[in-house]
Design a protein around this ligand. Sequence first.
Ligand SMILES: N[C@@H](CCC[C@H](N)C(=O)O)C(=O)O
Length: 329
Amino acid sequence: MQLLKVHGSQNQFFILDQTKLQNQLTDEELVVLAKKITSPTTGILNGSDGVLVVNNSKQPNALGQMRVINADGSEASMCGNGLRTVARYLSEKYNQDEFEVETLNANLHVSKQADLAKGVPSFAVEISPVKFDQKDIPFANLGHQRIIDQFIPELYPGLKFTSIAVPNPHLISFVNHEVVTSDILGAIGKALNSDNPYYYDGVNVNLAQIIDKNRLFVRTFERGVGFTNACGTGMSATSLALCLTHPEMGELGTPIEVYNPGGMVKVTVHYDHQQYWMDLIGNATFTDKIEIDESDLHNLDFSKIKVESTGEQNNYEKFVSELPNYNNL
Ligand SMILES: N[C@@H](CCC[C@H](N)C(=O)O)C(=O)O
């Protein structure tokens, strides 16, 4: 059995293709596997942010199904960076360049794109459905049905927030460089992802600096994970928030470059039939192939694994070294 270690903008995952197993892992086994394999101490290759589970899809138009298990064992409805890597995996498995992938709430369109740089494969993935209402995100006790560019001192004094489900839940604030690189992200992220009266299911928290027209730098504290190098749905939700709250800086229908601590993606925000949706384009990098016996996978025994590097990480690092650096953390 082969696992893959992959990343999109250094948002790290293991891909587990359940269709290759004689006996598929149960949901309970997936939870304990995710908790162990993603940990920097008990996991493989310094862990990851989550596990992407590939299954056959029963939907007629989808080439496969992706489930997203966060590092803490919770299941997310979507993962934008992860979907790019699953899109590449299915594209190579079935030799198709454009298709749909079933996710928890929707079948999403994906397509192979030109390499971002030499040896840096790239995919575009649809981010939708987009929702704004309290019940769809969800949040409570904030005195709003929708949160779009509102000061909410209960969440953090002096910052304006926007909250969007894509369909996993996001909270976004546009801030200056000092704030984006400060420990405020951790303070808000930890408060809203532990027992709290506002985001009672947790929320992905994104702080964004507007660098220029159609150019952002975004840091994310992820629900079920913590600090991450990048969050694809977060950067997509933040690009939509930019178009809504700062239309002079973010244009619908035009690629927005979103820099993050792990690299850069491009997000195009669309508005059709009274619905928003986004295209997220970025790398889909496979760093390592991991051979593990199926029985060892069930028993969570990583002691006999064989790891083979793909060599793609060097290409990715060269690509990142040529990007402008807005990080300065
Ligand atoms: N990293 C992801 C989002 C993963 C899910 C998130 N932790 C949640 O629980 O909503 C991305 O790239 O979108």
